[in-house]
Design a protein around this ligand. Structure first.
Ligand code: DON
Length: 306
């Protein structure tokens, strides 16, 4: 029987791998994280919870916010509008790559999981100003994580707002091509703030379970359409681990989304949500220990969807 003792062994085994990774430092404040921290939480569809390691440690959600804000953008604007501005194809490039924005014929960002696509998604959230838009985003994430007490890290938010000029350049480029329709700085402000929301591996497991049930909370309440949940999961499996998505699909095999804060959100359709935290990253910006633990869990429980 799979249980917490197995998760505990997996944490000990994979902690060693964290030494081979690097904690992100390009956003001021991210490097405060402990390289060897590693935590995991599984919530199954019968609501059984298994957790071990640093699963209660708070960290910034970063890119894991991307599929979640995409869900809200679909609620706000409909699928057709969102994908008139953003593609659905993997890039094979890094998460912050700029090159395809200009070289591809339509100038649309390739998908909503890379930075360019996610900034365009943030620009579509309804609200009179960036504070209202952000408030709607954090309330939405509170709802689907079933945690009403989320907050954001002010230092990491303002550090990224001050230094995030690569993202800023992509946003202005997209404004020029009418991908972003409103104020560029407002879209960036929303994006930087959503990335700095503090979350735990347990919150991620809860969100993963919500997606695995195609948009239904543990209370039975439906929050998004089944269609929207399927869009998010499809883009997570094809683009969620960036230029590592193909290998991840082979080795782990269920929809997941990583962030440079060290988290990975995973959703095993119909079965469970999994959240992991390990801030030591591989060269593609994915948690090295988190990836390894997901690979082990997938094999032990035969969870690949393929
Ligand atoms: O825009 C950035 O670079 C960060 N706020 C988020 C990037 C990220 O999490 C990439 N994921 N692995």
């Amino acid at each position: 029987m799979f249980g917490e003792n197995i998760l505990h062994d997996l944490i000990l085994k994979n902690k060693k791998k964290c030494q081979m990774g690097t904690v992100a430092n390009y956003i001021p404040g991210l490097d405060r994280a402990e390289k060897e921290d590693l935590g995991v939480c599984i919530i199954k569809s019968d609501n059984q919870i298994f957790a071990s390691g640093n699963y209660k440690q708070k960290f910034t959600i970063q890119s894991i916010s991307k599929p979640l804000v995409l869900l809200l953008a679909i609620i706000d604007n409909g699928e057709d509008y969102v994908f008139s501005k953003i593609g659905m194809e993997p890039t094979g490039d890094a998460f912050n790559s700029i090159k395809k924005l200009e070289t591809c014929i339509h100038h649309k960002p390739f998908n909503p999981m890379i930075n360019a696509g996610a900034i365009a998604v943030s620009s579509m959230i309804k609200g009179n100003n960036s504070d209202e838009k952000f408030e709607r985003i954090i309330k939405f994430i509170e709802k689907i994580s079933e945690n009403p007490e989320l907050e954001y890290d002010h230092e990491i938010y303002s550090g990224e707002k001050r230094t995030g000029n690569r993202n800023r350049s992509m946003a202005y480029f997209m404004k020029n091509d009418n991908i972003i329709e409103g104020e560029v700085e407002e879209a960036l402000d929303v994006y930087f703030k959503q990335c700095s929301i503090l979350i735990t591996a347990m919150d991620l497991a809860r969100i993963g379970l919500f997606l695995s049930k195609d948009g239904v909370l543990s209370t039975g309440e439906r929050v998004i359409s089944e269609r929207a949940a399927k869009i998010a999961k499809s883009l997570m499996i094809t683009c969620g681990m960036y230029d590592g998505s193909g290998e991840f699909a082979v080795k782990v095999g269920f929809p997941s989304k990583s962030g440079v804060g060290g988290g990975i959100l995973s959703s095993v359709p119909g079965k469970m949500g999994i959240g992991v935290y390990g801030p030591a990253l591989d060269q593609k910006g994915n948690s090295i220990g988190g990836y390894a633990i997901l690979e082990d869990i997938s094999k032990l429980m035969s969870l690949s969807i393929f």
